[in-house]
Design a protein around this ligand. Structure first.
Ligand code: FO1
Length: 328
């Protein structure tokens, strides 16, 4: 199939991104549409304060991946990393030991925390950090306000709300999530530039990121969902579920917590036709196309495995092609 018309390459694209899946998709999108003006609205619900430092895993994963500093195997953290600071902290008995902050990564969190302490909002700090990494997209946090995703779990005979990172990294989502709560989201305002980017977009994409704790948390910031629904431009998503299982990560655990089946069609209807115009499912889920279309969402099946940048670029191109189909 030939590449989309030239005008697609120059369009303004807004992407709602989580961590690893979002970052890898963006790398493909940049290859598919090298001249597009891409604004990324990044999830900050995974943010955590550790050792007095503000850590923003999803913003950093996008910044490092697009800026060439990511640990490719892990998909998070820095390349050529060492862990001497973490070891020294552990020698003082200071944890948590379950969260792998490396020495190079620490520098990012120190700079971020210093700037926040000096009064700069997270959006300005992120812009300053990106001046070094030059990700080739405009990376905006969803909000400058503090939003923290907590997970309600039943442990040791009682219900507790724990930080998302504790649930994800320490517990590896091994305990059933009873509820997912983006604490602070209701009071949060979209960061400067977020609503403007949505209003000016030619196309809005939901990458194969976690629909609950990544894209869902961004949509929980009042004003963002409404702005997308009212933007009047194609909104196209790519399923993070292939063959009834998450492509990576443990999205099924948090989908269950919000009562959504781990299928490509269930995730599409969870977003809903009021938000989503188009949905790509993997070829193994071609049987789901009819159900998604019956729900009022244009659907196509294409290969959705981000095995390398070329395969990912082809996925991004298919999303843009579907967006044009929807627009027409
Ligand atoms: N993921 C892990 O599985 N283990 C870790 O120790 C870990 C540390 C970490 C440090 C910085 C960072 O930016 C990301 C990190 N991640 C780690 C990834 C992160 O926990 C999640 O994958 C995302 O928050 C979900 O998008």
């Amino acid at each position: 199939m030939s590449y989309p018309p030239d005008k697609l390459l120059y369009m303004r694209i807004v992407v709602l991104a989580g961590g690893i899946g979002g970052a890898r998709f963006l790398r493909g999108l940049k290859q598919a549409a090298p001249d597009a003006d891409i604004t990324v609205i990044g999830n900050t619900g995974d943010d955590i304060h550790l050792f007095g430092l503000k850590v923003c895993p999803d913003l950093d994963t996008v910044m490092y991946t697009l800026g060439g500093g990511i640990n490719e195997e892990q998909g998070w953290g820095r390349t050529d990393e060492s862990f001497q600071v973490k070891e020294e902290l552990a020698a003082y008995g200071v944890g948590p030991e379950w969260f792998g902050l490396g020495d190079r990564d620490f520098a990012t969190h120190i700079v971020r925390t210093q700037m926040l302490g000096a009064g700069y909002p997270l959006s300005a700090v992120t812009e300053a950090l990106c001046a070094r990494w030059k990700p080739g997209v405009r990376l905006l946090p969803m909000s400058d306000d503090r939003v923290e995703t907590h997970v309600a779990v039943d442990m040791d005979g009682e219900r507790r709300a724990i930080h998302f990172q504790e649930y994800w990294v320490k517990l590896r989502a091994s305990v059933e999530a009873q509820a997912i709560v983006p604490v602070g989201a209701e009071q949060a305002k979209p960061a400067p530039g977020v609503l403007e980017a949505i209003a000016e977009a030619d196309v809005i994409l939901f990458p194969p990121s976690n629909p609950v704790v990544s894209v869902g948390t961004i949509l929980a910031v009042p004003g963002i969902r409404e702005a997308i629904a009212e933007a009047g431009v194609p909104v196209v998503g790519l399923s993070p579920i292939v063959g009834d299982a998450p492509v990576r990560g443990m999205a099924d655990k948090v989908l269950a917590a919000v009562g959504v089946e781990s299928t490509a069609s269930a995730v599409a209807t969870h977003y809903g036709s009021g938000l989503l115009d188009g949905w790509l499912v993997d070829t193994v889920d071609a049987g789901a196309v009819a159900a998604v279309e019956a729900a009022g969402i244009r659907c196509r099946s294409v290969p959705l495995m981000m095995t390398d940048v070329d395969a990912t670029a082809e996925m991004a191109r298919q999303a843009l092609v579907l967006a044009e189909e929807v627009r027409a």
